[in-house]
Each structure stands twice: as structure tokens, then as C-alpha cells.
Design a protein around this ligand. Structure first.
Ligand SMILES: [Zn+2]
Length: 290
């Protein structure tokens, strides 16, 4: 546990100062963003039971995803996106995936962002010892990557937000990894649709394909890379990514009309709070909803 805390860095401490970083750029056709009714779902990739990849130091990906998603959610709330929802799912992968999509669609959200951390195919793994235990690592690739599905019901909106996010990350000195275009990735090879912003196409990914709102998946960085794992756990990096997301959401929101107008939104919010209380049969463990 101590190791986990050390690797993941400091507790949540999002500040308004982060949001004051580079001003969001106006998109064509932009108006003032209506932050209050705009709803973004921040999806924590994987579940505690099926935690995704394992880092070079043996920490499950789910722990990294949860930490970063919480930071992003906190900054969204602090900056006035008070209907933001943190989506945490439970259960085995397949069941968890279906529950995740069902919950996201029921929330009537304007935007869906799934948070993940990357690894590599097994063939690239090398061995090292950390705290007396043999672990797998690969320092071969580093950087984030952004994915969209052309089969999402709002392909244009998905690409638009993905580009905004990639641009905001780049402006903070963060780079994307181009290795998904490489043939060595085999069935994981992807088409790069925006080489400036680092946006790839991954049409079959269910959380991107089956969510009925613009949907984007962010692999925030490679936790199988020993240096990058430490960076992913740092307060500085989590703050930069959170600020990039909030600025991208602000720009995106300024080009859209929220699905729920303000008055209806607050009324619906009161009702849905009760309706989304965790039920015994639902594999969604916690939904923080405002
Ligand atoms: Zn993942």
C-alpha cells in the first residue's frame, strides 16, 4: 500500500490555479460555454476486480486510472462543471463494460472521456527486479495517445473533442506516442487520424462505439515504462493533464448546446440522484453525480 501511495504521488489537491493555465481557444461558431448544464462523464478505465495492465513496479492500471480521473473530476467541479460524473464500475471485464456503457447512456451526458494508462504487447516485455520481485517492463515507448471510434453516433463531436484534448496536452509540453502506426503492433496497429493532436481511430472499442454521445479514450501514458510510470504518479503530471482536459472541455462546450437546459437539468438532477443510488444488482459501484 505504501508503495502504491509513493508511486501514485500526492493526494488530490486540484486548485483553481490549474484551470487558470493556458486560456481555452475559441472554436469556430463558439459562444459562451454553459458550464452548469453541461455534463461530462469521466470514466475510470477497468475495475478493481479486472484492473487492466500492471505497471513496471507491479501497480494495477486501475489505481492510476482512478487517481487521475478523480483529479480531473475535482478540477471540473471547481471550475463550474458541477454536473460532472465520475463513473467507477465493478465486476469482470465483459460485464463491467456493458454496465459502464449502460450507465453512461442513461446519464444523458454531453461528453464521455475514458481514462486509461498504457502497456505493451507481451512480446516487448523485458525483466527486472523491483523491491526483490521480478517484474516486466518496456522502456521502448512513451507518451499518451487518444482514441475515437468512427462508429460512434457523434463521430464529428468525438474527433473535435479528441483534437482539442490533444492540442491542450501538446501545449503543456506533453507528447503523444506514434508507435500505434507501426506494423510491429500487429492487431493493435491503428490509423492516426490527426498527426498534430495524436488522435487514433479504434472503431471497435465498445466504450467509444456504443456510447450515445461524443466519446474519447485517453491513454495518459505508459506505466510499463519505468520512468514514465513515475511521471504518471506525479502531482505535476496529473495537474497538467487535468488542466488540459478542463480547457478542452471548455472549448468543446462553447461550440455545443447542452442536452439538458439549466432549469430542467437541476430538476432532473434531483430525481436522478435517487435513481442512480447503487442497487445491489448493478455492477456500478459508485457514481458521483451532481
Ligand atoms: Zn486500460
Amino acid at each position: 500500500m505504501l508503495r502504491l501511495l509513493r508511486v501514485l504521488g500526492l493526494p488530490i489537491a486540484a486548485t483553481l490555479a490549474c484551470a487558470a493555465a493556458p486560456a481555452a481557444r475559441a472554436e469556430p461558431g463558439a459562444h459562451a460555454c454553459e458550464r452548469e448544464p453541461f455534463r461530462i462523464v469521466i470514466d475510470v478505465g477497468h475495475t478493481a476486480q479486472a484492473p487492466g495492465a500492471t505497471s513496471a513496479r507491479g501497480v494495477p492500471e486501475f489505481a492510476f486510472n482512478l487517481k487521475l480521473a478523480e483529479r480531473i473530476e475535482q478540477l471540473l467541479l471547481d471550475t463550474g462543471f458541477r454536473r460532472s460524473v465520475l463513473l467507477i464500475t465493478e465486476g469482470r471485464s465483459r460485464k463491467g463494460l456493458a454496465a459502464r456503457i449502460k450507465r453512461a447512456n442513461a446519464l444523458g451526458a454531453d461528453l464521455f472521456l475514458s481514462i486509461h494508462h498504457d502497456s505493451v504487447p507481451n512480446k516487448f516485455l523485458e525483466k527486472w527486479k523491483f523491491e526483490g520481485k521480478e517484474r516486466g517492463f518496456s522502456d521502448r515507448f512513451s507518451g499518451h495517445s487518444i482514441f475515437i471510434s468512427h462508429d460512434n453516433s457523434d463521430r464529428v463531436g468525438s474527433l473535435q473533442f479528441a483534437r482539442l484534448l490533444g492540442t491542450q496536452l501538446r501545449e503543456r509540453g506533453l507528447h503523444y506516442t506514434p508507435h500505434y502506426t507501426d506494423r510491429i503492433m500487429g492487431h493493435r496497429q491503428r490509423l492516426l487520424v490527426d498527426a498534430q493532436a495524436g488522435v487514433y481511430r479504434y472503431d471497435q472499442l465498445l466504450v467509444l462505439r456504443d456510447t450515445d454521445m461524443p466519446a474519447v479514450l485517453l491513454e495518459a501514458g505508459s506505466i510499463i515504462n519505468r520512468d514514465e510510470e513515475l511521471r504518471m504518479g506525479s502531482d505535476e503530471h496529473q495537474t497538467a493533464v487535468s488542466a488540459a482536459v478542463v480547457d478542452a472541455v471548455e472549448s468543446f462546450c462553447a461550440t455545443r448546446r447542452p442536452r439538458s437546459p439549466t432549469r430542467e437539468a437541476s430538476r432532473a438532477s434531483g430525481v436522478s440522484k435517487q435513481a442512480t443510488a447503487p442497487a445491489a444488482a448493478m455492477p456500478v459501484r459508485a457514481i458521483k453525480q451532481r
